[in-house]
Structure formats: structure tokens, C-alpha cells
Write a protein that binds this ligand. Structure first.
Ligand SMILES: [Zn+2]
Ligand SMILES: [Zn+2]
Length: 223
């Protein structure tokens, strides 16, 4: 099925409308109509060819939120109409030591990333969420609760998990102090998450323009 997208055809030019073929859902795949996709700075680096090995045309976007419109016959975790999200990976080898530990992001193969990578067949380029729909193995789609505001959920799929993971790993919570360096796309997410976990949050920033009024348990320090 054809997907409509915005693609970088060339690192020096703006994104333009582009269509490409997505695979039909296999037995374990879900098709997700994309409602919202966040913009991550990795998208810009990729579109501009600032990282090694970018192959154009490329459709960026790995903060994907939408609605399931088709499921393969062996799919067990989703049904048509469910809300679903996709982050920066769409598959992995599933066999290496890291995959077996649930650390697919460190797959030795390596992982199949959402764009500028290849599908599991090893040849078809993956294309990201600045597109009308995506087809992904259900193991790499996240279930989203009914009624969640998808425009707010989408950025959690990269900026959110990137900041949530270390906070969780290092036990941020009541009685702990968390320092957030910079109040940008990830920083503001870190502030919200750490505050929600009950930690005392301090933002360290070199941009006085970002000094807010004191809110909740967050305070700022300019340096
Ligand atoms: Zn990202
Ligand atoms: Zn692996």
C-alpha cells in the first residue's frame, strides 16, 4: 500500500511530498495510521545528511502515534481501532545476547531502526513517521490507552523514553535531587518526569531567557 510522506530527497533541500510503498501487514504485523509524529533533532541531522551513512530519499520521524487499521492473523496484542505508538526501532535480530536480555536497542546485528536503516529482509529501506501509515511487527509497537491525546504522546516515544530511562534506572524519586542540564526538547521532558517521580529538580542552563517562574518542585539555576 502506498504511503504519503514528507521526505528529504537531498541533504541540501527542504522536505517535499513523496510517496513510497509500505509492505502489507504480515502475520505478526500491525498497520498504524499515523495521527501525529514528533520532530526530534535526529530527524534534522538525518535529513541534512549530517550523520554518516544517510541514504536519501529519507522519511524522518520516530515519535509516532496513531490508530491501528489492520492486524496480521497471528497478532495478539492489538486489534483494529487500538491506539499505538512506534519509537526509533521497528525490529531487531531477536537472537543475540542483548536481544535475549530485552536490550534490543543494543542488538549486535544491529537493530532495524525506524528510518535510514533496513527492514528485516535486509534490503528494503525503512522510512519513518512523517508519513500516512507504518507497518511494524507488533513486538515493536506500544499499546496506548484509549482517549490519550496523541499529539502529547508522540514525543514520549523518543524524548520521553530517553529521559525516563536514566531517571528510572538511577532511582529518581522522593528525597532525591535531580539536575537537568539544559531545558530543551529532552530537558523539559526530564523536568516533568523527575518532578512527577517526586524528586527535587534543578535545571542548569546557560540561557537566562529560559528562567521560568518557580513551579512545582522545579527550580532553575543560570550558569
Ligand atoms: Zn529521537
Ligand atoms: Zn539482536
Amino acid at each position: 500500500m502506498k504511503a504519503k510522506a514528507y521526505a528529504a530527497l537531498d541533504p541540501k533541500k527542504p522536505l517535499v511530498p513523496w510517496t513510497f510503498e509500505r509492505r502489507e501487514p504480515g502475520e505478526r504485523d500491525v498497520r498504524i495510521d499515523i495521527s501525529f509524529c514528533g520532530i526530534c533533532h535526529s530527524d534534522l541531522h538525518t535529513a541534512r545528511g549530517e550523520w554518516q551513512g544517510v541514504k536519501h530519499p529519507v522519511v524522518p520521524g520516530h515519535e509516532i502515534a496513531g490508530k491501528v487499521t489492520a492486524v496480521g492473523k497471528k497478532v495478539t496484542r492489538f486489534k483494529t481501532g487500538d491506539l499505538a505508538g512506534v519509537g526509533c526501532m521497528v525490529d531487531s535480530c531477536r537472537r543475540c545476547e542483548n536481544c535475549r536480555k530485552g536490550l534490543e536497542q543494543h542488538c549486535f546485528a544491529p537493530a532495524n531502526y525506524t528510518y535510514n536503516s533496513v527492514e528485516k529482509d535486509g534490503v528494503t529501506p525503512t522510512q519513518g513517521g512523517y508519513s500516512s501509515h507504518i507497518v511494524v511487527n507488533e513486538d515493536f509497537a506500544f499499546q496506548l490507552g484509549a482517549g490519550l491525546p496523541l499529539e502529547r504522546v508522540a514525543p514520549l516515544l523518543c524524548a520521553g523514553i530517553t529521559t525516563y530511562s536514566p531517571l528510572k534506572r538511577f532511582g529518581a524519586g522522593k528525597g532525591k535531587k535531580v539536575g537537568i542540564l539544559g531545558l530543551g526538547g529532552l530537558g523539559h521532558m526530564g523536568v516533568k518526569l523527575a518532578a512527577a517521580m517526586g524528586a527535587e529538580v534543578v535545571v542548569l542552563s546557560g540561557s537566562p531567557s529560559k528562567k521560568p517562574t518557580r513551579t512545582g518542585s522545579a527550580r532553575t539555576t543560570s550558569c
